[in-house]
Write a protein that binds this ligand. Structure first.
Ligand SMILES: Cc1cc2nc3c(=O)[nH]c(=O)nc-3n(C[C@H](O)[C@H](O)[C@H](O)COP(=O)(O)OP(=O)(O)OC[C@H]3O[C@@H](n4cnc5c(N)ncnc54)[C@H](O)[C@@H]3O)c2cc1C
Length: 308
């Protein structure tokens, strides 16, 4: 997610310095976008970056849900650099060395037992002038590139996450009751077909990338489909294996307990469905949810208006 972002928006020096070690996993990176009050509404980011007289920047604020921050050498951070202009415009993306003075990383434990997320606190953290990625006040555009690649990565990831039809088939075959159950066989057939469709959609996405295309809103579809398919696969396995599927030693436990989280990662299903509806299918925007007015009330008002 972050490598392609630097390829798309970074300076030549940034590409030379960071991409090689990132590719070889000599330097792990993390993505610091979400905050306690900025998730789906990412443009509400409040972490501040102030420019100093010598061109360096000082960061103050907090990020949350930062995957692998505890292992990261560097992170890409979305910060507010101009609070006086519309919120989407006043943000800038920076590269931050995670060992900089003033950074505190605190782990968050999940139901799976892992603590792969973190809170990250920034207390007067000074970063270099050349750490800006994609130009000042262009953070929103740079962030969207990362999110598109994240959705694509999750959308392509079904096989590497372990959602392989052959693997599920083995588990079903090992249980004679499940193997002869009509409903299980039916559900598995549907799942296997969907996994195959996801695989081919993935190849189409990769071909588009090879042609130089940056992933657009349509790649949210791959993410939604993959995650829903994965959740159904987890349900199927849990039905067949029973509660032991969640035992620590079970080969399925991580997959099953981790799956629900993927619904939110990289943009929630609701947000992505709105984006697909509006930006891929051309439906009119849905202002009603933002304003918090119940649909039934709006319909009633519309009817009143029409009658008048
Ligand atoms: C596995 C995982 C890994 C993650 N890793 C990272 C990471 O490394 N770095 C990082 O920055 N973030 C990370 N995140 C955070 C992720 O990006 C956020 O969880 C996500 O953007 C949703 O934000 P939120 O959790 O604040 O939920 P909220 O935005 O508070 O949403 C809560 C619910 O309200 C719904 N909702 C909100 N607004 C609307 C709307 N306008 N219309 C309809 N429904 C709406 C949402 O769909 C959701 O169901 C990770 C999350 C997960 C689960």
């Amino acid at each position: 997610m972050l490598g392609p972002t630097i390829i798309a928006h970074g300076t030549e020096e940034q590409k030379q310095r960071y991409l090689g070690p990132m590719l070889h996993a000599d330097e792990i990176w993390c993505q610091m976008f979400s905050e306690p009050a900025a998730g789906s509404d990412l443009a509400a980011v409040q972490t501040r970056a102030k420019k100093n007289d010598d061109g360096t920047w000082t960061l103050n604020g907090q990020k949350v849900w930062t995957t692998n921050a505890q292992f990261a050498a560097y992170g890409l951070i979305l910060a507010r650099t101009n609070p006086d202009i519309p919120k989407h415009k006043g943000m800038t993306m920076f590269i931050v060395p995670m060992d900089a003075e003033g950074i505190t990383v605190r782990g968050l434990r999940q139901i799976s037992g892992e603590a792969e997320f973190n809170e990250v606190f920034f207390d007067d953290v000074v970063i270099d002038a050349d750490s800006v990625v994609g130009g000042e006040e262009n953070g929103w555009g740079v962030g969207l590139t990362t999110l598109m690649f994240e959705r694509l990565a999750i959308g392509l990831g079904s096989s590497s996450f372990g959602y392989r039809a052959t693997r599920f088939a083995e588990a079903i075959s090992a249980d004679p009751v499940a193997a002869n159950d009509h409903e299980v066989r039916h559900n598995f057939g549907e799942l296997a077909a969907e996994l195959e469709a996801i695989r081919w959609t993935g190849y189409r996405s990769i071909s588009a990338l090879q042609d130089g295309q940056i992933p657009g809103p349509e790649f949210g579809l791959a993410k939604v489909t993959t995650v829903n398919c994965a959740v159904r696969a987890g349900d199927l396995i849990a039905d067949i294996v029973g509660p032991e599927a969640l035992d620590e030693a079970s080969e399925w436990s991580y997959m099953i307990s981790f799956l629900p989280g993927l619904k939110s990662a990289g943009g929630t299903e609701e947000i992505l469905r709105n984006t697909i509806g509006e930006r891929v299918l051309g439906l009119p925007p849905e202002p009603r949810l933002d304003k918090g007015i119940p649909f039934s009330e709006l319909r009633a008002k519309e009817k009143e208006g029409a009658a008048a």
